[in-house]
Each structure stands twice: as C-alpha cells, then as structure tokens.
Design a protein around this ligand. Sequence first.
Ligand SMILES: NC(=O)C1=CN([C@@H]2O[C@H](COP(=O)(O)OP(=O)(O)OC[C@H]3O[C@@H](n4cnc5c(N)ncnc54)[C@H](OP(=O)(O)O)[C@@H]3O)[C@@H](O)[C@H]2O)C=CC1
Ligand SMILES: O=C(O)[C@@H]1CCC=N1
Length: 265
Amino acid sequence: MTIAIFGAGVMGETLLSGLLRSGISADDVVITERRPERVAELEARYAVRTLDNLQAASAGDVLVLVVKPQDMVALLEEIAPAVAPGNLVVSLAAGVPTDAIAAALPEGTPVVRVMPNTPALVDQGMAALSRGAHVSDEQMEQAMALLRSCGKAVEVPEGYQNAVTAISGSGPAYVFYVVEAMIEAGVVLGLPRATATELTVQTLYGAATMIRETGTHPTVLREQVTSPGGTTAAALRTLDDHKVRAAFVSAIEAAAHRSRELAGG
Ligand SMILES: NC(=O)C1=CN([C@@H]2O[C@H](COP(=O)(O)OP(=O)(O)OC[C@H]3O[C@@H](n4cnc5c(N)ncnc54)[C@H](OP(=O)(O)O)[C@@H]3O)[C@@H](O)[C@H]2O)C=CC1
Ligand SMILES: O=C(O)[C@@H]1CCC=N1
C-alpha cells in the first residue's frame, strides 16, 4: 500500500516522520511539495520520493491532503482526474468538510477528515477523525492506524470538528504561550533564562503527567497546590482579576469560529 502526502509543510512533515518512525518504509510513501528547495530538504532528510500532484494521486492508495484550507480547491482540481475507485482520501485541513472534498472528486470517493496536532512530532499527537459518506469500517480503521502511528486517535462526529480544532488542533499553541509567559515572569523575577525555562518545562511535564496518570480532576489538583493564604492563592486571585479563564473561553470560541470560516475557502 502506498501513502501519498500532498503538502509536506509543518503538519505534512510531522505525519511523514511519524509514519517512518512507526516502521513504514520510505518506499511506501510519496510526497508532493510546491517549492524545489523544500523538496530537496525533505528528500535529503527522509530519503522519500517526491512526485508531482497528478503522479502522486496515481501512485497512492491512501491520499493524505495536508495543504492549507485556502489551497484545497486548487489541489482537488489538480488530482481529481487521477483519483480512482479504491483510493481513500484523508484530509488534515482545518475547517474543510468531507462533503466539500467529496464533491470535487469522482462520485463515491471515501473521505475521512482529521484534526491532528503537532505533538505528533514526538509521538504524543491527538487526532480526531470523522468519516464522510462512502467510508467503510475497514477504511476508517486504516485512517485511524495512520494517525495512531504518532499518537492517540479517536473517532468523533463531523459536527464536533470545529470545536476539536479549537481545543486539540490549536491547543499546543495555547500551552506554549503560557510557557513563554511563565519563562518571562521568571526572568522578570531575576532568574537566569535557562533556569526559568528548565523550571517551567519540568513543571508543565509534571502537571500534564499528573492529570493523565492520576485521573484526578484538575480542580482537585489545583486545590492541592493552593495553601490557604499562600502564594498560589495570591497568583490565582490575580489571574481571576484579569479574567484569564474567560479570555481562554473567548479565545477558543474564536478559533472554532475561524475553523467554520475556513470551510468557505
Ligand atoms: N500546523 C498545525 O499545527 C496543524 C495544521 N493542520 C492543517 O494542516 C494543513 C497544513 O498546515 P501547515 O502544515 O501548518 O501549513 P504549511 O504551510 O506548513 O504546509 C502546507 C504545505 O503545502 C504546500 N502546498 C500548498 N499547495 C500545494 C500544492 N498544490 N501542491 C503541493 N504542495 C502544496 C505548501 O507549500 P508553500 O510553502 O509553497 O505554500 C506548504 O509547504 C492545514 O490545512 C492546517 O489546517 C491541522 C492541525 C494542526
Ligand atoms: O492554525 C491553524 O489554522 C491550524 C489548524 C489547527 C492548528 N493549526
């Protein structure tokens, strides 16, 4: 089985590297890219074949679309003549519904929509998959296995995808943003940047591990840190004064809204 990845930017390369780490041979993957310097970089890094879009659509059994939503219409127009019965199309583009993709391809083409995230680069990805019309259980399992090569994969109804995009798709960026702020705060307080970074990163890793491994509700975990009249209570009070919790809810609503807008191309 040949996997063709269309668009090997940040997310396409992340998936490619995960597939190769999981044991899939570079001979069973082809990629496409627009810029020659990017092609050269990827060929050197992964010893993978690069084809043009039409050739890749003919060569691939599973066609994985990883271009930006704005580039999707042009890509679908280009590959449609080469899409054959038996091909499974897997799209990783934010916002673009399965029926919009299927409408641009031969009648009956099965399309799975995925929202992955970048921690897939370290095999800790979170991918949510939704099946469009014509996707068999076997094809869905094939798509799930593809994403499980670099983390966790769950099936969700397609109606959840904009919310999923706002939570786990964009989510790593919110976490990195908080990490940046904590490091800056450490520097403001006089810590060397390297020390502030080490303390922050291990704290994040430890807290994430506690949530996952204890199964304890985050409110309880937060309360355990918050001594009466202590330092944490003083910090949390200030976060509440600045409406940080409400800001997170608004930000995540904005991401879901933008995901809906991207469906328009
Ligand atoms: N980054 C992330 O965290 C996540 C991204 N996604 C989705 O993944 C998709 C890609 O995002 P991301 O990797 O960040 O974006 P990038 O811009 O890094 O990657 C897209 C790549 O596709 C190339 N490309 C565009 N059009 C074509 C074409 N017709 N043929 C071949 N290659 C093409 C682009 O080339 P060029 O540079 O020349 O434009 C670029 O290298 C998006 O749809 C996004 O919604 C989903 C979840 C998370
Ligand atoms: O920012 C974006 O549009 C993409 C989708 C989710 C994460 N990155």
